[in-house]
Design a protein around this ligand. Structure first.
Ligand code: SAM
Length: 264
């Protein structure tokens, strides 16, 4: 099985263990943070939108709460059944069980979002092309990616660890996550006093997450078969190569890249 298919299988398993979207993790407050500084949730009101790589439907439900007229939700893994169960207003959502590159060329969508997905796809170019074809002229594609800059120490720790953890069965990985969860609780507390690496992310995002979602976030770092950490240059190039214009990037909380581009 190649990296791409293994990653999709990994997520299918992951979302069956962590299927909910409760608390800050699924909130409009977090959605505002994800969109900032390029969009406000109000700008999505009445729009036709898609989300590529919907997982358990967290972002789909955020889009519905923001007032989207219709949402296309694309999810290729076995999490698809959880997505369909979790969707808040099924009349306004079309769920498609397919890879991002198979997104139909609607040509009339106002926005497409892909949050935490493209960095798990070894060759994301066909997904970017499909997003381009599904948008109307003037439509915008917003992606959120793991960043390389600002993550130096973290990557020195996590990369060798992932070599092992992506091969572990769930019960072993869940036990390791439990240990790391308590280390994280301690780290967040210390961040209140010391300027440790990733402090801003710890205090503005992770501290607000319910305990089970913090466990999921640790699991999500250790489980997927493929994960790339993008430089600013690579993040911009992804959309530039996909013919998008007016590309803008934001170094979100100093550890990740939000990129937005427009179809001319
Ligand atoms: C980290 S999750 C993000 C889920 C959701 N966007 C969120 O923020 O809650 C990544 C998702 O991308 C999906 N995915 C992986 N490869 C994909 C592909 N080639 N096309 C579309 N989605 C893919 C996975 O199955 C997984 O559900």
């Amino acid at each position: 099985m190649n990296h791409k298919d293994r990653t999709i299988r990994d997520f299918g398993e992951q979302w069956h263990k962590y299927s909910g979207n409760e608390g800050y993790y699924g909130s409009l407050e977090l959605f505002s943070d994800i969109l900032s500084p390029f969009l406000k949730p109000e700008e999505i009101r009445d729009c036709r939108v898609a989300e590529v790589g919907s997982g358990t439907g967290r972002i789909v439900n955020m889009l519905l709460s923001a007032g989207a007229r219709h949402v296309i939700a694309v999810e290729p893994s076995d999490a698809f059944e959880i997505l369909t169960e979790n969707v808040l207003d099924p009349k306004k959502v079309t769920c498609l069980k397919m890879n991002g590159e198979q997104l139909p060329a609607y040509g009339n969508l106002d926005y497409i979002f892909s949050i935490g997905v493209l960095h798990h796809i070894p060759d994301p170019t066909p997904v970017v092309d499909a997003a381009f074809n599904a948008l109307r002229r003037g439509g915008r594609f917003l992606v959120w990616l793991y960043g390389k800059e600002g993550n130096g120490l973290y990557l020195a720790f996590i990369r060798p660890l992932r070599g092992l953890t992506k091969r572990l069965p769930h019960f072993m990985l869940a036990s390791l996550v439990e240990i790391m969860y308590w280390a994280l609780v301690f780290y967040i507390k210390v961040c209140h006093w010391l300027p440790l690496p990733l402090r801003e992310y710890m205090l503005s995002i992770l501290e607000k997450m319910p305990p089970e979602k913090r466990r999921l976030i640790i699991y999500d770092q250790l489980n997927p078969s493929y994960a790339k950490y993008y430089t600013k240059f690579e993040a911009e190039k992804l959309l530039k190569d996909g013919k998008f214009v007016e590309i803008r990037t934001h170094h979100r909380h100093g550890y990740s890249w939000t990129v937005i581009g427009t179809k001319q």
